[in-house]
Write a protein that binds this ligand. Structure first.
Ligand code: ACO
Length: 330
């Protein structure tokens, strides 16, 4: 079974409600119809009912099993506004602004998740990553014990000898531009959790990547990764994690044995942690384009799952992200 088939099977086994704030966006409407038809989640489209129905007709989508909620007329909106005001008044949010935001689809969706009226959220077909992330960070906040929200990319490679039958987890390629050593350690631990819970890895083997392997180069950037390794061991002593190492040492058994002998991770890593967002974002896109790998991202570390789409996403990408969000919500 491939990466997505496994996620679909898990999603169907315990169906969750996923809210889609970009409810009149044509690809989102098609994806909602497909998700409902295939029993992957209970989708909720946010927006004006007539407009959504018109889009559904245009794209030939059957919206049976898809709930439509208009944030402007939703009877829960005043209570959401109160909740938002209570949460953000110390940050200067006024009652009027809270009322306006609670009727805005993006904030309404995030508030539905916070208040337990939906189990997760998927957005980003028309919004930028930052516009989607900020309300989630402000309102859903981090899970207990987690200090930084980050992301993992699931990378399905054609070379089956890599990672777990060709499946690798890359982190962080989306959220934290310049992580501190503490944040890098947290990203590594969160990525292992995603690998276990979403990808079904029995043993995540986490490599913290650098341009140096085990002290082969001396530089403050290398020292930051070394510090992150020590901190990650302290947060999660049982996790199989090592670094700093170069990607060839992490992935290729012979190179790992020669550059990092005795490492429990070198040569057999299935989770790769990048030192910063430039490295992570560039590497995932190069893996996708040059190696022809299938890739999609989930956020990790939020108290409840919210996931971002690329604005260039396909209907299939949205369906995949909804299914993964449903699994994270289980
Ligand atoms: N984890 C937890 N909380 C966070 C994080 C984080 N990683 N980042 C910000 N926050 C919190 C802040 O503490 C703040 O909380 P508060 O308002 O309750 O005090 C709130 O979120 C908003 O923080 P800001 O500082 O206002 O938000 P910022 O402008 O830093 O934006 C963002 C945060 C959007 C995540 C920013 O770091 C960012 O733009 N990251 C890069 C996103 C991106 O462009 N990725 C690449 C493209 S995506 C792709 O290629 C698939």
């Amino acid at each position: 079974m491939g990466m997505m088939e496994k996620i679909y099977a898990k999603a169907r086994a315990n169906v969750r409600t996923i809210v889609l704030p970009e409810g009149d966006e044509p690809r989102t409407v098609q994806a909602a119809a497909q998700v409902a038809r295939e029993g992957l989640a209970r989708p909720v489209l946010l927006g004006e009912a007539e407009r959504i129905a018109a889009v559904a007709r245009e794209v030939g989508a059957d919206l049976s099993g898809v709930e439509i909620v208009d944030p402007v007329f939703d009877p829960r909106t005043p209570a959401y506004a109160d909740a938002l005001y209570a949460l953000r008044k110390a940050k200067g949010l006024t009652r009027e602004e809270a009322a306006r935001l609670a009727a805005d689809a993006m904030y309404h969706g995030v508030l539905m998740v916070r208040e337990g009226d939906a189990d997760g959220l998927v957005s980003g077909a028309t919004h930028t990553t930052g516009d989607m992330l900020r309300p989630a960070l402000q309102i859903i906040k981090t899970a207990p014990g987690v200090r930084v929200v980050s992301s993992s990319f699931l990378i399905q490679c054609q070379n089956q000898s890599l990672g777990e039958d060709g499946l690798l987890v890359y982190a962080d390629c989306v959220v934290v531009p310049c992580p501190t050593a503490e944040e890098l350690a947290q990203i590594a631990v969160s990525a292992a959790d995603t690998a276990r819970r979403l990808c079904g890895f029995d043993e995540p083997r986490v490599a913290l990547l650098s341009f140096s392997t085990k002290g082969s180069a001396k530089h403050e950037l290398v020292e930051k990764v070394q510090k992150a390794v020590a901190l990650a061991h302290a947060i999660a002593p049982d996790l199989v994690l090592d670094g700093e190492m170069q990607p060839d040492a992490a992935l290729v058994p012979e190179v790992g044995a020669s550059k990092a002998p005795g490492s429990p991770v070198a040569g057999r890593a299935n989770v790769l942690v990048f030192p910063d967002l430039q490295a992570g974002n560039i590497c995932y896109k190069i893996t996708q384009r040059v190696a022809g790998a299938e890739a999609f991202a989930v956020l990790q570390g939020l108290a409840k799952p919210c996931n971002d789409l690329s604005r260039g996403c396909s209907v299939r990408d949205i369906v995949n992200t909804i299914a993964a969000t449903a699994v994270q919500a289980q």
